[in-house]
Ligand binder design. Structure first.
Ligand SMILES: C[S@@+](CC[C@H](N)C(=O)[O-])C[C@H]1O[C@@H](n2cnc3c(N)ncnc32)[C@H](O)[C@@H]1O
Length: 302
């Protein structure tokens, strides 16, 4: 009898344990189900958010593709080539011009530069399209005394020099000695001597106030600005203060749209000293980036 009772108790204990165990299992299952559901929901939400960003990302890539190309050609490619060749980009373009252009022929030298800058590496010259505007203005004005700010490798220097009338003089200012060394070689290769083109290797803010004393200049007929954009405004004001701008003197400033020179343009508009217009044109050697050159004609009336 006692054995039978003991057996029943054991049986009851097993049943109760089993019941408790089943309850726990069910709760765990419910928890697992809820967890699974919520992580699936989270995955769906993240996928939806990611999908929503795809068109935005594509739009940005398409819209700014020309800036990516510019970054690649002007920065990344330059780093790689500097590293691989061990010489500067300016020396590389000089060697290309030396081996591909005809010495003494400015047109051939400019064409060779354009070929290299379009197909090999990017250099921020004025380029062939904006160059045509520069050529036309020089032909119309026939300036006798010209100042260029920012020579770099001498591309625009050669471009300006070939359009000048007989007896005219171009002063080109470059603060970087390595660039100036390349520019000097390019200018002489194009056939321009020291009487036509004088290269001044100093920063513009030191040169402008001393143009009268150091170079005997009485008036500037044409000024081409293509140096650092932050220098445009102080240098224009220094030119105004120097008294070297006369009625009808022209100032042509490149890249006033990209990278842009807003404070310079604001001064031009507000000062009342200039007749002015902006020639719209694409950035040199990269289609799709808008740029422009500001043409100012000094009238000197406040
Ligand atoms: C954009 S590049 C000039 C390109 C050149 N005008 C052309 O189209 O062939 C700018 C040059 O200006 C020079 N530069 C920048 N700021 C200057 C300054 N304040 N005075 C003199 N040169 C400057 C730089 O060293 C650089 O070589």
């Amino acid at each position: 009898m006692e054995d039978e009772k003991g057996g029943d108790n054991l049986f009851l204990q097993v049943l109760t344990t089993h019941a408790i165990c089943c309850n726990t299992c069910e709760e765990e299952c419910e928890h697992l189900l809820i967890l699974n559901c919520s992580s699936a929901l989270w995955e769906m939400v993240s996928a939806a958010i990611a999908l929503a960003f795809v068109p935005l990302l594509l739009t940005l890539i398409i819209r700014y593709r020309f800036y990516f190309v510019l970054f690649y050609r002007a920065v990344l490619l330059r780093w790689v080539q500097d590293f691989m060749t061990g010489i500067s980009r300016e020396e590389r373009v000089y060697q290309y011009v030396l081996t591909h252009a005809t010495p003494g022929d400015p047109d051939s030298i400019l064409d060779t530069f354009d070929l290299w800058c379009s197909n090999v590496e990017f250099i921020s010259h004025i380029g062939p399209k904006k160059g045509l505007i520069l050529d036309r203005l020089l032909k119309e004005l026939c300036p006798l005394t010209v100042l260029e700010l920012g020579t770099h490798c001498g591309y625009t220097t050669v471009r300006i020099a070939r359009s000048l009338p007989l007896g005219a003089r171009l002063y080109s200012v470059e603060m970087d000695e390595r660039n100036a060394r390349v520019a000097e070689k390019i200018i002489r290769l194009a056939g321009f001597d020291d009487d036509t083109v004088e290269l001044i290797v100093r920063p513009s803010d030191e040169v402008i106030p001393r143009l009268r004393e150091d170079f005997g200049i009485e008036r500037l007929d044409f000024v081409f600005m293509d140096h650092w954009k932050r220098c445009y405004l102080p240098d224009l004001q220094a030119l105004e203060d120097s008294g070297l701008l006369g009625d009808g003197s022209m100032v042509l400033a490149d890249n006033v749209v990209f990278p842009g020179a807003p404070s310079f343009l604001r001064h031009v508009r507000r000062s009342g000293l200039y007749e002015h217009r902006v020639h719209r044109a694409a950035l040199e050697y990269i289609r799709g980036i808008r740029d422009g050159m500001a043409e100012l004609v000094y009238r000197g009336i406040k």
